[in-house]
Write a new protein. Structure first.
Length: 268
């Protein structure tokens, strides 16, 4: 792998990890359409670490606030102002636990999903974004609780299916639960931290031998690109969420998914 290839793969990782277009679905379809050579495991692990760093950089102030609220709760110095942050921590823990259980149960099934069904899942993601974007509850809540954690955790569990966007499903579920747009976007990406970290740990655990030697220059170039592109993509998406523009992605997902489904069905 040369530096240019590493930069290209890093850019794809940075875009697809956060935008609600399903990175796993696009990767699976790309592998079906083209004869892609396998990405070295070490490179894949480090790209995930770079996108995790991008989330932490964007939400550094909020993450610090959550840790401080937790520390005050442990030391029994919590204030009324900490209630929202503590509620968010509980919701994150609940959602992460539910996602882990669902992911474990459906892991084998989703790995054998055909490109045809993955394409239809892209269509489903587009429709989901359109519906959630039109939903406007009369009263919104600023902080998620246990109930929201359960619903969003289930949505993220469904998001392990290739073609179903993790960010799209969690943001849509948060909006349908009554969270305001900013809270929905923030919670979705705060929830991505343990998700990406868990995937990183699993990949690292399975890496008995890191085959596919990659020199230092491509590794650094890929990681920096994934971090920068991921940071920018995340900032752009948060802006679109706050303006209620998630449905824009349906303009791409629905026709692309239908065209790919027709192709994989053998019509053309």
């Amino acid at each position: 792998m040369n530096v240019l290839e590493a930069i290209l793969l890093g850019a794809i990782q940075g875009i697809a990890e956060f935008l609600p277009i399903s990175s796993s679905g696009h990767l699976a379809i790309a592998q079906a359409l083209m004869d892609l050579r396998e990405i070295p495991l070490l490179f894949d692990i480090l790209l995930h670490l770079a996108t995790l760093a991008a989330v932490c950089a964007v939400f550094r102030a909020r993450i610090a606030a959550l840790f401080l609220a937790f520390a005050r709760w442990v030391s029994r110095r919590s204030t009324e102002a900490d209630r929202g942050e503590l509620s968010t921590i509980v919701a994150l823990l609940v959602a992460t636990a539910i996602t882990a259980v669902i992911g474990f149960l459906v892991k084998d099934a989703v790995e054998s999903l055909s490109p045809f069904w993955i394409s239809l899942c892209l269509v489903a993601t587009g429709i989901m974004l359109l519906v959630s974007g039109k939903f406007a509850p009369k009263k919104t809540i600023a902080s998620p609780g246990v109930l929201q954690g359960v619903v969003i955790g289930v949505a993220q569990g469904v998001g392990v299916v290739p073609g179903i966007s993790r960010s799209g499903s969690t943001i849509s579920a948060a909006l349908l639960c009554g969270l305001d747009r900013k809270a929905a976007g923030d919670f979705s990406f705060l929830l991505s931290i343990p998700t990406i970290l868990g995937a990183f740990i699993l990949e690292l655990k399975d890496a008995d031998t890191l085959t596919g030697a990659v020199s230092i220059a491509p590794l650094v170039a890929g990681m920096l690109t994934a971090f920068v592109v991921g940071y920018v993509s995340l900032k752009i998406l948060l802006g679109l969420i706050n303006r209620g523009k998630l449905g824009w992605f349906a303009v791409y997902l629905v026709p692309a998914g239908l065209a790919l489904a027709i192709h994989f069905a053998g019509v053309f």
